[in-house]
Design a protein around this ligand. Structure first.
Ligand SMILES: Cc1cc2nc3c(=O)[nH]c(=O)nc-3n(C[C@H](O)[C@H](O)[C@H](O)COP(=O)(O)OP(=O)(O)OC[C@H]3O[C@@H](n4cnc5c(N)ncnc54)[C@H](O)[C@@H]3O)c2cc1C
Length: 440
């Protein structure tokens, strides 16, 4: 069967055959020019697109079993983060590194080495991954651990964007929690300096922190900073104590596919940003799902950007380069680039993954409509500036990075290429992104 595979930003698409991972065999590798494992298509650009190849899906492989005594979940790669959260919460456990949406497969989370609101305390997803079961293009199954004899391949596969093989299963480390609620504290910040200061302060008090920036009006970076810790049973009000590990299923409200690209304009965006900035602060208990995945209450919200889609520009910069974020805010205003809220987070330490994104410093993410006439030229200029200051683009959000700046941003990419050559000598696993950035 052929499917149209699209990134979340809807700027990149391809129609190819999709096979179930269970049907993988060496004949397919001989017949097809190239292949790629795909999850739920929540990467924004062309990381999950392979024009001219075959796709392998894990969507029938979703089994999760939990070893309660050792706080480890064994998950098939097609299980989602949301499904893992619910299975873990039912026995008083939780995966401490989760992304902003629950609709991400375990395979996709490993391939992108995702980070969450806990990066300053927990690091990237790699910190939770005890083992990966990998299927290579030669049909071999290899078990990878961070410290075993296959550790090099482990660190090339975490963040390796599906280019080392198909992740079939993984063992994920969980933390103990008494309730499914987060005790949240929020504060407003008047400008970007206050955002930086508040985030640093919140990082010392909370397991999870994040800031949203208002991209309207004077673009001075005013916004809201949120911090949260898992609530203990005793901290819950009595009405919640009856069912302290209650979990909510995703809501069904869906955006229809009818929005013209002009729906996102300076007026609508400005209004949304203002409403968000002024809505009452939360200093209360929130269900973990609402805190971790606030955008999931509106299904397919990416359709609001219309047929032309949008880019997400997510970068990281070292401490000391904060002026870069200020210049971005000013330029968004100057170019009249309408964008919903910007997200800011302070990263903790990096891990050993060769293509890992987070490094100590700041990360900033904004969505920009792809229809803006200057967007591609502007992004190209920003990549050069980022590469010069030791910044990086997050590959799972990227759709337009060039090979020269990619190599500067990811200095361990050559080390990664050597491992790739050993494990996938005929370069079977490729994506449109890996070709564009010259990774393989
Ligand atoms: C609303 C929203 C919020 C987000 N928030 C965050 C966030 O807070 N932090 C963060 O880090 N990311 C975030 N993301 C990005 C998302 O976590 C990643 O793009 C993730 O990889 C998507 O997983 P997926 O299952 O949809 O995979 P896909 O998008 O289908 O694929 C992504 C990559 O994973 C590879 N892949 C997928 N499955 C496998 C497998 N079984 N074996 C090998 N490779 C595989 C693909 O080849 C591709 O390279 C967000 C995305 C959205 C849409």
């Amino acid at each position: 069967m052929k499917i149209i595979q699209s990134g979340w930003g809807r700027t990149n698409k391809s129609k190819n055959e999709i096979l179930n991972v269970n049907d993988f065999n060496p004949d397919i590798v001989k017949k097809a020019k190239c292949g790629l494992a795909v999850g739920l298509g929540r990467s924004y650009g062309d990381s999950s697109i392979n024009s001219g190849g075959v796709y392998f899906s894990n969507n029938l492989n979703k089994k999760i079993s939990i070893d309660h005594e050792n706080s480890i979940a064994t998950c098939e790669a097609g299980a989602t983060i949301g499904e893992l959260e619910r299975a873990a919460l039912s026995v008083g456990l939780f995966p401490p590194v989760v992304p902003g949406t629950e609709f991400v497969t375990i395979g996709g989370a490993i391939a992108s080495n995702i980070h969450g609101k806990s990066h300053h305390t927990m690091g990237s997803f790699s910190s939770c991954v005890a083992e990966i079961k990998l299927l290579t293009s030669q049909g071999e199954i290899i078990y990878l651990q961070p410290e075993n004899e296959n550790h090099e391949l482990f660190w090339a596969t975490l963040g390796g964007m599906g280019l080392t093989g198909i992740i079939l299963e993984s063992k994920i480390k969980l933390i103990g929690v008494e309730t499914s609620y987060i005790l949240v504290k929020e504060k407003r910040a008047r400008n970007i300096e206050e955002i930086f200061n508040l985030l640093s302060e919140f990082d010392s008090k909370f397991l999870y922190t994040v800031a949203w920036i208002d991209l309207s009006g004077s673009y001075i970076g005013r916004g809201r900073v949120a911090g949260g810790n898992h609530a203990t049973y005793l901290e819950l009000p009595s009405k919640l104590k009856k069912n302290p590990l209650k979990t909510n299923l995703p809501k069904k409200f869906q955006i229809p596919n009818i929005f013209p690209s002009k729906t996102i304009n300076l007026y609508t965006v400005s209004l949304f940003n203002k409403l968000w900035f002024h809505k009452p602060l939360s200093n209360k208990y929130m269900n973990v799902r609402s805190f971790m995945h606030p955008l999931d209450s509106v299904k397919d919200w990416n359709r609001i950007y219309g047929k032309k889609g949008f880019y997400q520009f997510q970068f990281s910069i070292p401490i000391g380069s904060e002026v870069f974020i200020k210049s971005i805010l000013m330029e968004l205003k100057e170019f009249k680039m309408a964008s919903f809220l910007g997200v800011v987070k302070k990263f903790g330490q990096s891990d050993k993954s060769l293509l890992g994104f987070p490094s100590p410093g700041w990360t900033f993410a904004i969505d920009i409509p792809a229809g803006h006439p200057e967007v591609k030229t502007w992004l190209a200029k920003k990549y050069e500036e980022l590469a010069n200051i030791g910044g990086k683009i997050y590959l799972t959000k990227d759709a337009t990075l060039d090979s020269q700046n990619f190599n500067l941003m990811y200095p361990k990419s050559n080390e990664w290429r050597k491992i790739k050559l050993k494990i996938d000598p005929y370069n079977f696993w490729v994506s449109d992104q890996s070709k564009r950035i010259g990774l393989c």
